[in-house]
Design a protein around this ligand. Structure first.
Ligand code: B12
Ligand code: SF4
Length: 496
């Protein structure tokens, strides 16, 4: 049995960096472990057209991953597959986990997998394999025949039977023991075609960069965050299991930098400290690594940060979101500004580089609260300040608030990206003009301070990557034309 996993083409308007998709890397790993011949097709880096790859590999089932801005491209991809092969097409990922019926009812999509995908994907592979063995003329619609009980008890999937009836099977329980999962199957990717998520070494291109996830889930439920799609139960791999993969990345795959993708790696402070100790004891701390998404500021003690630094941590992010105390309370971040101040101070004291994530345009914001955010960003002064305009993703509390009390300015999933310079909604006195103006002002006021300019000019990576830095700054501030062209190019390619 052959299975194919696809990442549909979707480049962000501001950046051309690409990284192997960790979700597909896990799905590829469990598929191979179960004995299936597996092909990962990442349309962001492939030269071969998808339809050619389908004809060459002749998969028995295809899985497509999708987040919100990618979903239309996922549908186009499914259509392209169905136009040449009548095989089951399965969609998974954050967007379809929240809105499964929207995709499952489409003729080109057979089944949607919600949430963590490994268990349901494997069971689907087994079901398709059994059907093919029993009936060599098996086609995708056979699975969806109302009289076929094959999908009935399968947890975590949604589908429509051919009589038009919707089936939303109960959720699959979260993977209880993450140590049982195989390591991501990086060998299924064309690794030399990727750059990196966030450079930890000075060169953006060319460094061998890998991602790792040491825990899954997040026990918090911030109102703006799509993490609410995934299980609330935070689960962690054992330090020994993490160490073994880390060693594999460094010693066997030659990793020169590692991005830790956990949503909240430090929920169990002791566990993270133990991982750091093991990296030091095993002399793996020479490879720089970073927390791409940030760690909880309330659990970032100075001792922990020092141990992490000794273990090779180069940079950490903290989600600050807002400088306004009332807005901070309203988003359920469950943190206060003094704690955030302390976390930045501690991180800098032990010599870590810092990133701050800030949002302009949270519900209830005013010009004054946005000014407080800009002022707070300047006060904590991270090495990188990342301001995004609030983008309400389906499944979040903010999305519901905006739908009830505001006016969404988006009607195309492809616009659900945060860096393209346009406000996503208006609410009360908060106009699009205000959000867009303050967002640009935030970047200007943060980065055009004399000491920042001096710092930037003194950084080696600025000179190594200056062309790219200017390109990104330009695309951030003047994005629209670029994005239209990008979309037209992708659509033309798939409709050809
Ligand atoms: C790393 C990361 C990135 C990286 C790399 C993305 C990538 N190619 O993997 C970068 C920086 C490029 C990125 C960009 C964006 N990201 Co991002 N990203 C993440 C992050 C932090 C980790 C992703 C990850 O590796 N997860 C771990 C793996 C194991 O999980 P997974 O990918 O979800 O896959 C599992 C399941 O979803 C499911 N599954 C997924 N696909 C499929 C397919 C099939 C067939 C099946 C059966 C199952 C299945 O099974 C997998 C294994 O359990 C997540 C947060 C998170 N915790 O997941 C956000 C997240 C996915 N990103 C998000 C967003 C919003 C974006 C952007 C739109 C932001 C922007 N700048 O505008 C862009 C979109 C870029 C694009 N090209 O599509 C949101 C998505 C929300 C949504 N509704 O879509 C998330 C959830 C963050 C959040 N909490 O809000 N991102
Ligand atoms: S923003 Fe961070 S802490 Fe809040 S729910 Fe999302 S991942 Fe968890």
């Amino acid at each position: 049995m052959r299975v194919m996993l696809v990442n549909p083409k979707f480049r962000l308007p501001i950046d051309t960096r690409t990284t192997p998709h960790l979700g597909l890397a896990y799905l590829g790993a469990v598929s191979e472990e179960a004995g299936y011949e597996t092909l990962i097709f990442d349309a962001d880096v492939e030269d071969e057209p998808l339809t050619e790859a389908i004809k060459r590999f002749r998969p028995d089932m295809v899985g497509i991953t999708t987040n919100t801005p990618q979903v239309k491209q996922a549908w186009r991809t499914a259509q392209a597959i169905k136009s040449i092969a009548d095989i089951p097409v399965v969609l998974g990922g954050p967007h379809v986990s929240v809105l499964p019926a929207e995709s499952a009812r489409r003729p080109e999509v057979d089944i949607v997998v919600r949430g963590e995908g490994e268990p349901a994907w494997l069971k689907l592979c087994q079901i398709v394999e059994r059907h093919k063995q029993a009936n060599p003329g098996f086609v995708a619609a056979d699975l969806l025949a109302p009289e076929n009980p094959a999908l009935t008890g399968l947890l975590g999937i949604s589908y429509f039977t051919t009589d038009g009836k919707e089936h939303l099977n109960p959720d699959h329980p979260p993977v209880a023991d993450l140590d049982t999962l195989p390591w991501p199957a990086y060998h299924l990717f064309k690794m030399d075609r990727y750059t990196n998520l966030q450079p930890a070494t000075d060169a953006v291109d060319g460094a061998k960069s890998f991602s790792i996830m040491t825990s899954r889930g997040c026990p918090y439920r911030c109102t703006f965050c799509s993490q609410s799609i995934m299980p609330i139960k935070w689960r962690a791999r054992s330090p020994e299991n993490v160490l073994a993969e880390w060693r594999h990345l460094v010693e066997e795959l030659g990793a020169e930098e590692i991005g830790v993708l956990d949503d909240s790696a430090n929920i169990d402070v002791k566990r993270l400290g133990r991982i750091a100790d093991l990296l030091i004891e095993n002399r793996l701390n020479h490879v720089p690594w970073i927390f791409v998404n940030g760690i909880r500021a309330n659990l970032a003690t100075k001792d922990l940060l020092q141990t992490l630094k000794d273990a090779g941590l180069k940079r950490t992010a903290f989600g600050v979101e807002t400088g306004d105390p009332d807005v901070l309370l309203s988003i359920d971040k469950k943190i206060d500004h003094d704690t955030i101040r302390r976390a930045f101070k501690n991180a800098k004291a032990v010599g870590l580089e810092t990133i701050g994530f800030f949002i302009i345009g949270l519900p209830g914001e005013t010009e004054e609260s946005m000014n407080r955010t800009i002022k707070f960003a300047c006060e904590v002064d991270p090495m990188i300040a990342n301001f995004s305009m609030m983008t309400p993703y389906p499944g979040t509390k903010v999305y519901e608030i905006v739908k009830q009390q505001g006016r969404l300015l988006l009607d195309d999933w492809e616009d659900y990206v945060f860096f393209d310079g346009r406000a996503r909604y208006e609410m009360g006195d908060m106009t699009a003009e205000l959000i867009e103006r303050k967002w640009k002002e935030a970047y200007r006021r943060f980065y055009l301070r004399p000491h920042r300019i001096a710092q930037i000019l003194l950084r080696k990576d600025f000179w190594v990557n200056w062309r790219r830095t200017f390109r990104m700054a330009w695309k951030t501030l003047f994005p629209k034309k670029e994005k239209t062209e990008l979309r037209q190019a992708i659509e033309a390619e798939y409709s050809a």
